[in-house]
Design a protein around this ligand. Structure first.
Ligand code: KMH
Ligand code: ZN
Length: 272
């Protein structure tokens, strides 16, 4: 089987130090968490950034300094800024990190409920515009899928020229779509041949989904953005601990871990 790409979503926009005091806010903390994940085996860092008080931001300059700090500590890691940002941000705000020409960026392919009264809005025009800008800038999208219809959107937008193929999907289970093996298998079966995919299980679903993804030959995302516990009732001390756990699962299931350059080859990305 192909080597396993581990993505670490180290920070997120919603999780706070109240959930886990090790959630990073400052540039130094973000660098520290990225390094811990990278040293444990992550080849991609999915990146949200915060101001020092924890407020999420898509500010280009804040991204710039955080990316510099990550590159200083982990020179070859693939950095994948979020263009989702936090619920309620404008499209202009959300797109800012793409101007820094990262190798990848997330591309959320539909609107969804995000808990309570929150709605994470991604209209067709938003998705097309983000896709078009990513093509212009040579940024590989990580297509975030929270429901089956979002796969269909991605396929349609690829046909219309807003997303380049082969596509890389991230199936996020446990926000709107249920976190079950059946749902994951259905998603995997729905994507075009030649696509690559990663699975993200939210909360207690993180490690079971990782194990299923590893066994199915897909790739895996873990990190504080999605889950702050190492096991039931035990907070993870760092993103590195979560990545280490995936590495242990992979070893037991016979999957080797991809280096960042191997991940680039699998995903068809040129190093910048
Ligand atoms: N924070 C969520 C509203 C992404 O990074 O693209 C959006 C999100 C998805 O986290
Ligand atoms: Zn994110």
């Amino acid at each position: 089987m192909e080597k396993l790409i581990i993505t670490a979503a180290i920070c997120g926009a919603e999780v706070t130090k109240e959930h886990n005091p090790n959630v990073p806010y400052t540039v130094e903390e973000i660098g520290r968490e990225a390094e811990a994940a990278y040293k444990a085996g992550a080849s991609i860092i999915h990146l949200h950034v915060r101001y020092d008080d924890g407020t999420p931001t898509q500010d280009k300059e804040r991204f710039r300094v955080c990316i510099e700090e990550i590159k200083r500590r982990c020179p070859d890691v693939i950095i994948q800024p979020s263009t989702g940002g936090a619920v309620g941000m404008s499209d202009e705000e959300r797109l800012q990190p793409v101007e820094l020409l990262p190798e990848m960026a997330s591309l959320d392919c539909g609107t969804l409920n995000f808990g309570g009264d929150e709605i994470f809005v991604n209209t067709e025009n938003t998705i097309k515009n983000f896709g078009r800008v990513m093509i212009e800038k040579g940024v590989k999208p990580e297509i975030e899928v929270f429901d089956k219809g979002m796969v269909d959107y991605a396929i349609r937008f690829a046909k219309e020229g807003y997303i380049l193929e082969p596509m890389h999907f991230n199936f996020v289970l446990g926000v709107q779509m249920a976190a079950t093996a059946r749902d994951l298998a259905f998603m995997v079966d729905s994507i075009p041949a030649g696509s690559t995919w990663t699975v993200t299980g939210i909360g207690r679903h993180e490690m079971p989904m990782a194990a299923i993804g590893i066994a199915m030959g897909g790739h895996v995302r873990v990190g504080f953005e999605d889950n702050v516990y190492l096991e039931r009732g035990v907070l993870a001390k760092s993103n590195g601990e979560l990545v280490e756990k995936v590495v242990r699962l992979a070893k037991e299931l016979g999957r080797e871990i991809a280096t960042p350059d191997e991940a680039r080859e699998i995903l068809g990305i040129k190093r910048r």
